[in-house]
Ligand binder design. Structure first.
Ligand SMILES: Cc1ncc(COP(=O)(O)O)c(C=O)c1O
Length: 478
């Protein structure tokens, strides 16, 4: 008897064959990503070409083998495992963490209410308590997991505003002020827009030459706003900032916030896991005073995107961002039940996202994460030292994290900023290395994020040599 196409697609033996073949292929991919076999870090295709290729594949219709599909994807994707990858703040996940994500996808338990994902709910709750504890937050602390730091910042800021409104119900909404470092991730400004704050309600605080806020600037700004009849309700500090990896002085900022009754939000999307390392945790001194913290596990904890924790000093605030009425889901309206997670997130259905980190801790423990964190910061420091000793390069600032900004000195007559941009584009199109760029003030810098434990000193030395060579070509770019 012939089975239907649907029955064939559901066949467990077919799944077994596909699964084994996929893992074998990915293990081979991992092995080949050593920078010595000519594999490129980014097989560069212009967007239009990429789109046309995928359109053509879609037009081909059914019948493609899984193995061919996988090849098509691998051939056209950036390879984070490649030792020449010094790119954005998304790193190569531990292979086992990727497998656990596949397990989550297979089970597809959607976390909104307990009955939809019983194990997922309990894993989330346990992990959130573990994270709050690691940051030194008090026992009253609770949190939630959500899809990305951007959504995390929005969630925390909504709670901050809700707390403010219940304290000052009579105050005209337009008098509230959100204070934010001028180095904040753009998601904070976007969150302010989503919240309906007018442009003049968002006050950008200037940072110093090290791209960190100072308590004095905060103090002066609050006094100025108050003198003008406005009321700052929240400060957003960085631990660390996106562009340069700079950590704000959290303890000093927390003290000013406390003095003036501001909610203290720490965007620690990148740097929060530094709390695990005895060597790095001092950068976060004062985070234990935060009213809310955003912590992305998909940046520095070797798990696949996305996994963001929003932690609240006072657990009750975890419910205040989104007050919901959905009688078919939340029948008993027992809003404080920890296990009905949908009350606390913008998402209704949400994957079993905590499982990958829970699994990494269960399989390998914190040690593997600490080794990764310390290793990447050490690499960034060694790279910075190398740049300092080389007159052809200019270091923007001492790295506090695993992010290094620098410039190549152009040959006489060439514009510095254009030179960095051209150099990066040329380098990326070649495919051996990948790095990013950022603007600091009116200067464009090259930016390396050390995210990849497979990169070694010889790789970044080779990167510098390549930059030197390309940067000194007579007509290198056009
Ligand atoms: C400091 C900071 N906050 C928030 C975000 C946004 O996180 P996500 O990309 O997970 O939305 C980033 C991303 O780079 C970041 O660096």
């Amino acid at each position: 008897m012939t089975s239907s196409p649907l029955q064939q697609a559901l066949d467990p033996e077919e799944f077994r064959r596909q699964g084994h073949a996929l893992i074998d292929r990915l293990a081979d991919h991992l092995k080949s990503m050593n920078g010595r076999e000519g594999e490129t870090v980014l097989p560069w295709h212009p967007p239009e070409k990429q789109w046309q290729d995928w359109q053509a594949l879609l037009a081909r219709g059914k019948g493609m083998a899984l193995s061919e599909f996988v090849e098509q994807v691998l051939e056209r994707s950036i390879r984070l495992h490649h030792p020449g990858y010094f790119g954005h703040q998304v790193g190569p996940p531990l292979p086992a963490a990727a497998l656990l994500d596949a397990l989550a996808a297979f089970l597809n338990n959607g976390l909104a209410v307990y009955e939809m994902a019983p194990a997922g709910a309990a894993m989330e709750w346990s992990l959130l308590q573990w994270m709050a504890d690691k940051l030194g937050l008090p026992d009253t602390s609770q949190g939630l997991f959500t899809s990305g730091g951007s959504l995390g910042n929005l969630t925390a800021l909504l709670a901050a505003r809700s707390a403010f409104r219940s304290r000052y119900p009579q105050l005209p909404a337009s008098d509230a002020r959100l204070l934010v470092s001028d180095q904040a991730h753009y998601s904070v400004l976007r969150a302010a827009q989503v919240m309906g704050l007018a442009a003049d309600q968002v006050v950008s605080l200037p940072t110093g030459a090290d791209y960190r806020l100072t308590a004095e600037t905060l103090q002066v700004t609050i006094e100025k706003e108050k003198a003008a009849g406005k009321l700052p309700f929240v400060l957003v500090a960085n631990a660390c900032s996106t562009a340069t990896g700079s950590f704000d002085p959290l303890a000093a900022l927390a003290a000013v916030c406390r003095q003036h009754g501001l909610w203290f939000h720490v965007d620690a999307a990148h740097g929060a896991p530094f709390c695990l390392s005895p060597r790095l945790k001092s950068r976060l001194d004062g985070i234990e005073f935060a009213d809310s913290v955003v912590w992305d596990a998909h940046k520095m904890m070797m798990v696949p995107s996305l996994l963001t924790a929003v932690l609240f000093r006072e657990g009750r605030h975890a419910w205040s961002s989104f007050a919901s009425e959905a009688s078919y889901l939340f029948r008993e309206r027992a809003e404080r039940e920890w296990f009905n997670l949908g009350h606390r997130t913008l998402e209704c259905t949400k994957g079993m996202m905590a499982m990958k980190l829970f699994g990494v801790l269960s399989l390998y423990g914190e040690e593997v994460l600490i080794e990764h964190l310390e290793g990447r910061v050490q690499q960034a420091q060694a790279f910075a030292q190398q740049l300092r000793s080389d007159s052809e390069f200019e270091l923007a600032l001492e790295p506090q994290a695993n992010i290094v900004c620098f410039r190549h000195r152009p040959p006489a007559g060439r514009d510095w900023n254009q030179h960095q941009r051209d150099l990066r584009r040329r380098l990326i199109e070649e495919g051996r290395f990948f790095l990013v760029q950022t603007d600091l003030g009116d200067r464009t810098y090259l930016r390396c994020c050390f995210m990849n434990p497979r990169s070694e000193a010889s790789d970044w030395m080779a990167l510098l040599e390549r930059l030197r060579l390309l940067g000194n070509l007579q007509h290198p770019f056009f």
